[in-house]
Ligand binder design. Structure first.
Ligand code: 26Q
Length: 840
């Protein structure tokens, strides 16, 4: 197979000619057509009779009928990009946390109600089918969900964009909680097929690993390198169409998410099979296909394993070969690649693409080094999502040399030229040179992927204003000094289609009736709500919409957990990956403090609260799993204590995913965003809850800072140390004995945990946790405890004054339009990719 085959016509695009005429003008006709289409799919594609079809059969039929409506626009979009020869954006991400697509696609096509009516005529309930679709959980958390929101916004803004990732057979693990402990089970989203994907077996590329690099003389004085891999795996494409909202012209803009699946070049060794070795005959296949088998279930601590590096190179190489093929088909000249392609690296996970593009340009396309480097830098840009030192990706040079010998040579050469240049400019401080080097020499030789991504890009961005400043001051301090214009900020955003229109139809309807539908296309139009914030009639309608959402969530909690919660209580919500820096522990300690208070002063008037937690812990993250167990132990004790009298309930909902977020977020009154300041790069759940009318309790971290600036100080509860104070406190030491001694409430809480009040079956269960908080409180839970408790009291006071609460809630919705991912993508398009956008 040719590495960069250049066929005369791209065989991989979804065809050239749009095939069917699209929408019926008459709504009744539209409904009738959809009904016919669904029945046809049920019969001819699913092979089922209406009388025996299961919900799943109906779901597949509806998804396929919806997909048919997408394909035409897809072809038109591809053709438009081709004819206009636009610069294309390539979004490389190892994670796309998509969730469900049925309602999302129907919403963007404007077909939710027609489809609902079509199905009602068949006695089928669309909302029931909606629940049947498995979540596509090809991501861990924020970074993966951001990629999914961005794909939708790029289509909405008619940016010709392709997402590239891996089609994992098993997405993020399914979490169960038994006896309070998390257990992980494989996730099986593909078991009943994926109606949204188009397999493209003809689009496949060879990906090499290992082997040797040979030199052959080229021009006088220079040598060509030829990499002869020892192993080859084939990457096969699967395409998912991503529909944009409405569309600028007469059709919706539709982009492609192309996911790669790994295959062995020869799936079966016939000689072994014939000799009776059936397992051995399949060994090569199993080995090759392991690359796209499973998503790494870590969200911060890099696994550092060989398979992960193979995944990174596998999808980076396949994607580059694919986009170069497309470029050559259309433009014929590799020298103009950067004019026609902008590649965004979603964190360092695809950073090996920098070395791969250099290899393709220099070794395969015979471009000279300096020119190749110019093209590479002009093509790539890189987004940083974390400052956690343990999450900064590095790979042992020895492992890289073995797996990717040619790439390692290229990395050494990039580094040598980079350091030579610095020395030529007069830099002679060995400390600085070593901090600037691509190779970290402390404790063995490791390749710094962040440095590689930084040097290979023309722009590097952080994901909130605070985070981008910290990126300049910490991880890339020395690089920023030398390239002061490279780091920019692009504050994250969320797609309002999924996180407002689809997740919260009650509120969306109310907003439409009140301020008109401008906000459908222009999120800033939500500002029109501001004058209504004190209107008691509107407040009542706003509160009613929220109560409907809370009642629905209470139903879900009753069904799944057999816990009864009162929809009139404050729904106090913390939903995100479980991590010490996110400080679920701080929330649990405050819950215990409130429990102690209720028992100590039973006569005191106390505001009823439901504490809702959800989130997964990395399987190997012991402390995170212990925190889940504590949340569940505390829930059991509090929920079963009659003296609490429903004033406090604690719920840990297992198996948090995108669909569960869609159910929880519209029902949240209080949004917990309480990370140790400086550690949460941005957060996006904070934006989703604020948009839906929750008030935030949070630290000055990530995008909380910008949410505060927009909603106003009176409409958010901010507490705790600032990022600067955190740094200073850590410098002073993190032994918390003195802090604990000064807080009677904290002391009581820690003593009750220590004494086994929540673990009577194992009194020592939480000794490691209490020890950690006492002697090594790196995340400063104890330092922020008193401030957090008193801010939670302010929350309760505010809740009593419901007029004031709803005023703030309405102002949160009115003032968070800026956090739309359309705004974020428009900024990337203008400042980083240099591509035009077209609003609907
Ligand atoms: C790396 C190497 C090996 C194995 C796993 C990983 C890995 C995988 C996922 C490292 C990090 C992640 C995910 C990080 C993440 O989700 N970060 C979040 O990104 C959001 C979008 O920018 C921010 O809003 C959050 O603040 C940030 O935590």
């Amino acid at each position: 197979m040719n590495e960069v085959a250049a066929p005369t016509r791209a065989p991989t695009e979804p065809g050239a000619e749009p095939c069917a005429e699209r929408r019926a003008a008459d709504p009744a006709q539209e409904v009738a057509r959809l009904r016919e289409a669904v029945l046809e799919k049920l019969c001819y594609s699913v092979g089922k009779d209406r009388n025996t079809a299961s919900d799943r059969d109906w779901f597949i039929a509806v998804a396929l009928a919806t997909r048919d409506r997408i394909v035409n626009d897809w072809m038109l979009s591809v053709r438009a990009a081709y004819q206009e020869n636009r610069r294309r954006v390539y979004y490389l991400s190892l994670e796309f946390l998509i969730g469900r697509l049925l309602i999302d696609s129907l919403t963007n096509l404007g077909l939710v109600e027609p489809m609902r009516a079509a199905l009602a005529g068949l006695d089928i309930d669309l909302d029931k089918l909606r629940q049947v679709e498995p979540d596509a959980a090809l991501g861990n958390g924020g970074l993966g969900r951001l990629a999914a929101c961005f794909m939708e916004s790029m289509a909405t803004l008619s940016i010709a964009a392709h997402g590239y990732g891996i089609r994992y057979d098993n997405g993020l693990f399914r979490q169960t909680v038994t006896d309070g402990w998390q257990h992980e089970y494989p996730e099986d989203w593909l078991d009943f097929g994926n109606p949204w994907e188009f397999p493209r077996p003809e689009v496949n590329y060879n990906i090499g690993f290992g082997g040797v690099v040979e030199s052959t003389p080229r021009d006088p004085g220079s040598a060509a390198r030829i990499w002869r891999p020892g192993e080859t795996v084939v990457a096969v494409a699967y395409d998912i169409p991503i529909v944009g909202w409405r569309g600028a012209q007469e059709h919706n803009f539709v982009n492609t998410l192309r996911l790669w699946s790994a295959r062995a070049p020869d799936p079966l060794r016939l000689d072994a099979f014939n000799a009776g070795d059936y397992v051995g005959a399949l060994a090569d296949q199993v080995h090759a296909e392991s690359i796209s088998k499973i998503l790494y279930p870590a969200d911060s601590t890099p696994a550092g394993q060989e398979l992960r590096l193979k995944q990174e190179y596998f999808f980076a190489s396949a994607s580059l070969q694919d986009l170069i093929r497309r470029h050559l088909t259309q433009n014929g000249d590799i020298n103009t690649l950067h004019e026609k392609a902008a590649i965004q690296l979603n964190d360092t996970h695809p950073a090996i693409a920098v070395a791969e593009l250099m290899r393709l340009l220099v070794d395969i396309h015979l471009i000279d080094w300096e020119r190749a480097w110019e093209i590479t830098q002009a093509t790539f840009s890189y987004t940083n999502h974390t400052l956690l030192p343990e999450a900064l990706e590095t790979w042992p040079a020895a492992l890289m040399e073995r797996l990717l010998p040619r790439h390692m040579q290229i990395i050494y050469l990039i580094n040598a030229k980079h350091l030579d240049h610095l020395r030529a400019e007069g830099m002679d401080d060995p400390g600085k040179l070593s901090a600037l080097s691509l190779i970290d020499e402390h404790g063995g030789r490791n390749v710094r992927m962040g440095h590689l991504a930084f040097l290979g890009s023309h722009k590097v961005n952080g994901v909130s204003a605070l985070h981008s400043e910290l990126v300049k001051e910490t991880v890339f301090r020395e690089l920023h000094e030398i390239f002061p214009d490279r780091i920019v900020n692009k504050t994250n955003g969320i797609t309002f289609r999924r996180w407002l229109f689809e997740a919260n139809p009650h509120l969306t309807k109310l907003l439409g009736e009140t301020i008109g539908r401008d906000f459908y296309d222009n999120p800033e139009a939500l500002r029109a709500l501001e004058p209504l914030a004190t209107d008691l009639d509107f407040q009542a309608r706003f509160a009613a919409a929220r109560l409907a959402n809370k009642t629905a969530l209470a139903g879900l909690i009753a069904d799944r957990m057999l816990i009864k919660v009162d929809p009139n209580a404050i729904f106090d919500v913390q939903i995100k990956r479980i991590h010490e820096y996110k400080r679920q522990l701080l929330n649990i300690l405050q819950t215990i403090a409130q429990y102690n208070e209720i028992r100590a002063y039973p006569m005191r008037d106390c505001v009823p609260r439901v504490k809702i937690f959800a989130g997964k812990a990395a399987a190997s993250y012991y402390m995170a799993k212990l925190i889940i167990k504590l949340a569940n132990d505390v829930a059991r004790v509090i929920n079963n204590d009659p003296t609490v009298r429903d004033l406090l309930k604690v719920v840990f909902l297992p198996n948090y995913n995108v669909s569960m977020a869609e159910a929880i977020i519209p029902a949240a009154d209080l949004s917990e965003q309480i990370s140790t300041a400086g550690m949460e790069a941005s957060g996006t759940g904070n934006m989703k809850m604020a948009l839906n009318g929750a008030l935030t309790i949070g630290t000055l971290d990530g995008a909380n800072v910008e949410i505060k600036e927009r909603v106003g100080d009176d409409n958010i509860f901010i507490f705790g140390l600032t990022a600067e104070e955190v740094a200073a406190r850590r410098a002073r030491g993190i032994d918390a004995r003195e802090t604990i001694a000064h807080s009677p409430m904290l002391r009581e809480v820690l003593e009750s945990i220590q004494d086994g009040a929540f673990s009577p079956d194992d009194r020592h269960r939480y000794a490691p946790l209490v020890d950690m908080l006492t002697y090594h409180d790196y995340f400063l839970v104890t330092a922020d405890f008193d401030a957090y408790v008193s801010t939670q009291m302010n929350v309760a006071r505010r809740w009593r004054d419901r007029k004031s609460w709803w005023r703030s809630a309405i102002l949160n919705t009115a003032r968070t339009g800026w956090f739309s991912s359309d705004r974020a993508i428009a900024e990337y398009a203008e400042d980083i990719w240099n591509v035009p956008v077209r609003a609907p």
